[in-house]
Write a protein that binds this ligand. Structure first.
Ligand code: URP
Ligand code: ZN
Ligand code: ZN
Length: 500
């Protein structure tokens, strides 16, 4: 903020007080002139989107914060005006499920904090939450330190981490220390034994008890590990691999693998009263379980990812079908429909990406054995464009519902609201401005992600950010990333979960 404006705001008032009525008038005048003087930027004439409705108006920004909302806001000669006429103005998107530079499946995911956050910004993402996973033998604090180092100096947008508990006996007494340090969301995987990440029911139960005590939240990757192992072992023969190729990926992961595990996690949630959040839910059965649990008052929430809303497992019929291997894998059209319904009726609270990018060379590591495909896909850049185009423009959800699922709910659930996820006075000026109709063709060549392919290659999508602001800085202008690498900040938190 220009120092002239700061000085104007701080200028001391006269020590001799005028009578009360005169004081009120003077203070109104002062505040009017303060308004005129203190906006560094005004976003003018956009269709401002909130969960409660949309209205055409202006947003005044002072420093990093939204300082006024209204009609015909006035600045002075140094105020920068961003014209948003004919555009939607949306609270910056929070992608709360991202893996950048993650060692996984024998390689390291290809988007780091530089490319991943540039990609996010282009799609209007202004906050991301990654997963800090302890390397072999490490503490929770060391995991957080590792991820801080990955982000520092590279991240264009604000960020924090879910802390992954991978060895209950060692990690259980470290949880409180992480809460005190500003981390309020923890994660357990019910699979990935070979990565050294797998948790058992004892860990989930004990962690949920602690979440209840601290007002924090456990995220769970729900999979029935032993049955999945068995199905993979049964199919892992040269004959079947020759016959089915990458199609064995969906074939060995029927819906009950996710449903049974969600049911079990919900059981421990109900027993302990600790806040639970099911990540990347991909099945209709999962949505039914969450809906029933919420109706009984169980403190469980669920997220799905955009790929489970716009793709299905028919992609495995393609010659390059192996590229689409992710965990959970893509499901059937009936699951896709059920998840859209869950967004509408409320049991699905958040849409994220589970960005875990692997390029073609990394994906080629499979060499015909589906168990060796690095699992994950790029996603940050296309989250809002896909939901806007295939959700809002297709009439499946409203613009306000998109705002709820991409911005407001994730901010509330992850303990970042109203600093993030809101267009209101006092919130960070994190804003995405999108054209209602203008489309861009998805083309990996021209994208910010390090991926040399896209699950959505050739799709025409509206909803890319014409302008993205992060704490008042314009980081995307005219659809191009212009923000400075490393300007993103770590976000400490105090709470998590809807009840907090
Ligand atoms: O395929 C995926 N999702 N890779 C990342 C790891 C995970 O389970 O989220
Ligand atoms: Zn997962
Ligand atoms: Zn993930």
């Amino acid at each position: 903020m220009p120092s002239k404006k700061r000085a104007a705001r701080r200028s001391p008032s006269s020590s001799k007080k005028p009578p009360a009525r005169k004081r009120a008038t003077a203070s109104r005048k002062a505040s009017a002139s303060r308004n005129a003087l203190t906006f560094d930027q005004i976003i003018k004439g956009g269709n401002i989107v909130t969960p409660a409705g949309t209205f055409v108006g202006d947003i005044g920004i002072t420093g990093e914060k939204i300082s006024a909302l209204g009609k015909n806001l006035e600045g002075d000669e140094s105020t920068k005006v961003i014209d948003a006429k004919g555009h939607h103005v949306i609270p910056g998107v929070l992608d709360v499920h991202v893996h950048l530079e993650l060692p996984f499946c024998g390689t390291v995911s290809a988007d780091d904090y530089r490319t991943g956050t540039r990609a996010g910004a282009r799609g209007g993402v202004t906050t991301l939450i990654d997963f800090a996973i302890p390397y072999a033998g490490e503490s929770l604090a060391q995991a957080a330190d590792n991820w801080m180092r990955k982000a520092k100096g590279k991240s264009l947008i604000d960020y924090t981490f879910h802390i992954c508990i991978t060895r209950w006996n060692e990690h259980k007494d470290q949880i409180k220390g992480m809460v005190d340090r500003g981390f309020t969301t923890f994660k357990e995987f019910m699979i990935y034994e070979s990565e050294g990440w797998q948790s058992d029911d004892r860990a989930m139960f004990g962690t949920l008890e602690k979440m209840k005590e601290y007002g924090t939240m456990l995220l769970v990757h729900a999979k029935s590990a032993r049955v999945l192992d068995e199905l993979i072992a049964r199919h892992h023969t040269p004959e079947l691999m020759k016959k089915y190729g990458a199609r064995l990926h969906p074939m060995t992961r029927p819906n009950f693998i996710e449903a049974e595990a969600i049911q079990r996690a919900v059981q421990w949630c109900e027993a302990t009263g600790g806040q639970l959040y099911i990540v990347h839910m991909s099945t209709g059965e999962g949505a039914d379980i969450i809906r029933a649990a919420q109706a009984r008052g169980v403190p469980v929430l669920a997220e799905t990812c955009v790929q489970y809303l716009v793709l299905d497992d028919s992609v495995f019929e393609r010659e390059d079908g192996h590229l689409f291997a992710c965990c959970p894998q893509l499901k059937k059209p009936k699951d896709v429909q059920r998840l859209w319904k869950g967004l509408k009726s409320g049991e699905v609270s958040v849409v994220s990406t589970d960005t875990c990018t692997f390029d073609r060379e990394q994906k080629a590591m499979w060499e015909g054995d589906w168990t060796k495909i690095p699992m994950g896909m790029p996603g940050l850049e296309t989250l809002m464009p896909l939901i806007y185009t295939h959700g809002v423009l297709a009439g499946k959800i409203t613009l306000e519902e998109m705002c709820t699922k991409l911005s407001t709910n994730p901010a509330k659930i992850m303990g970042l609201y109203p600093r993030k996820g809101a267009i209101q006075v006092g919130a960070d000026a994190d804003i995405a401005i999108i054209h209602p109709k203008k489309t861009h063709k998805v083309d990996p060549e021209s994208m910010e992600t390090n991926a040399d392919w896209s699950p959505y290659d050739g799709w025409d999508l509206a909803g890319f950010a014409r302008t993205t602001l992060s704490r008042g800085d314009v980081i995307v202008d005219d659809y191009q990333v212009v923000g400075k690498e490393g300007r993103g900040k770590w976000l400490p938190r105090k709470t998590a979960g809807l009840a907090s």
